[in-house]
Write a protein that binds this ligand. Structure first.
Ligand SMILES: *Cc1c(COP(=O)(O)O)cnc(C)c1O
Length: 364
């Protein structure tokens, strides 16, 4: 059994993907170009954001958004302590201080009721993470951010395709705040066959600046107005994504079905809590138990793959702790979740038989 079955997905879409790759090879246009432009137009119409800017990874997407905002030494950026390292890495790479707001015990996303307390006159951005594919409470976060005039960057690396209902409106992940960033790492809900990512914004000026920044700060050929990056997306990845995005909605629907089967059948563990009105992209299906070691033993015996997302809260990562002196107990909910969380095999291609094996192993 695969933890995430990317092979089955490729088999299903093989002829289209192979053709798309061949087209790029015949075009010899390998960096940016037509396939990337096409992808950006698919991405922007999928989420409804005016600008989708393809780039080299989800991490670079975060760095680009922060660079566009001129985040620098002395600034503070708020994020969740329960995330992949990239969320904090981007902040620290620009010299800013990461300020953490502990998570909600049920959704594992930044607790919006604790956000306002963390804001100071140095706060220059807020990065809520849509952990495991479920959007954070964007309405509340945006309202607080607006009140203090602080831009929000949704780290939507795990949630492309997720939605959130608010009153009668459907907010789409990647178009629920001033900026959003996503990742096309192979195992994400929309993955390519290498590294890739995108930044989203409805602001034309920032969009233009990000386009310059990802291409060495070049404003005209060999004229450079910013210190930028080489953070372009290559055409092969874009061509693959142009095929895969067509299947995304049916895959997200399949993810809901499999999650429901897990939800209804798993015993003695805390199943994912999806807030009413939210549709998760289920980048991961993660359960919680105080007896994680015992659960791991059972899974290992049954040859069921698993992963721990994530074993260490970001404030306790050596690289963060060392610089900013955060310590155990600072963000207790994140710390407990790090001790108890475990992700089960999950993908739209997990067969009924495999689902059954996983359920038996967890319950056994
Ligand atoms: C994967 C991930 C990233 C980084 O994306 P890459 O494309 O791997 O650089 C950032 N934030 C979160 C929450 C992620 O899960």
């Amino acid at each position: 059994m695969e933890f995430i079955n990317l092979k089955a997905q490729y088999e299903q879409q093989k002829s289209e993907i192979d053709n798309a790759i061949q087209d790029v090879l015949h075009s010899s246009q390998f960096i940016m170009g037509k396939a990337v432009e096409e992808l950006e137009s698919h991405l922007s119409s999928y989420v409804g954001a005016k600008n989708a800017i393809a780039c080299s990874s989800g991490t670079d997407a975060l760095i680009l958004a922060l660079m566009a905002l001129d985040i620098k030494n002395g600034d503070e950026v708020i994020t969740s302590p329960f995330s992949f390292i990239a969320s904090v890495e981007a902040i620290m790479l620009l010299g800013a201080k990461p300020i953490f707001v502990d998570i909600d015990e049920k959704t594992y996303n930044l607790d919006s009721t604790k956000l306002e307390n963390a804001i100071t006159k140095h706060t220059k951005a807020i990065i809520p993470v849509a952990i495991f594919g479920q959007m954070a409470d964007m309405q509340a976060i945006n309202a607080i951010a607006l009140k203090h005039n602080i831009p929000v960057i949704e780290d939507a690396a795990q949630s492309f395709g997720a939605t959130q209902r608010y009153n009668d409106k459907i907010l789409k992940s990647c178009n629920a705040s001033m900026f959003a960033t996503t990742s096309f790492f192979p195992s994400k809900p929309l993955g390519c066959y290498g590294d890739g990512g995108a930044v989203f914004t409805n602001d034309e000026k920032f969009a233009q600046k990000i386009r310059y920044l990802l291409n060495h700060g070049q404003t005209k050929r060999y004229e450079h107005s910013f210190i930028g990056l080489n953070a372009r997306l290559d055409a092969l990845q874009a061509a693959i994504l142009n095929v895969k995005i067509k299947y995304l909605d049916s895959e997200i629907a399949k993810r809901q079905e499999i999650a429901r089967i897990y939800d209804e059948n798993l015993r003695n563990v805390i199943i994912p809590f999806i807030q009413k009105g939210n549709v998760s992209a289920y980048a991961q299906y993660s359960i919680r138990t105080k007896n994680r070691a015992q659960l791991i033993e059972k899974l290992t015996k049954a040859h069921i793959p698993y992963a721990v997302h994530y074993p260490i809260a970001l404030h306790l990562q050596e690289v963060v702790r060392k610089v900013y002196g955060y310590k155990k107990g600072d963000f207790p909910i994140s710390e407990v979740v790090c001790d108890e969380i475990l992700s089960l095999p999950f993908s739209p291609f997990l067969s009924a038989k495999e689902q059954d094996q996983v359920i038996k192993a967890v319950n056994g």
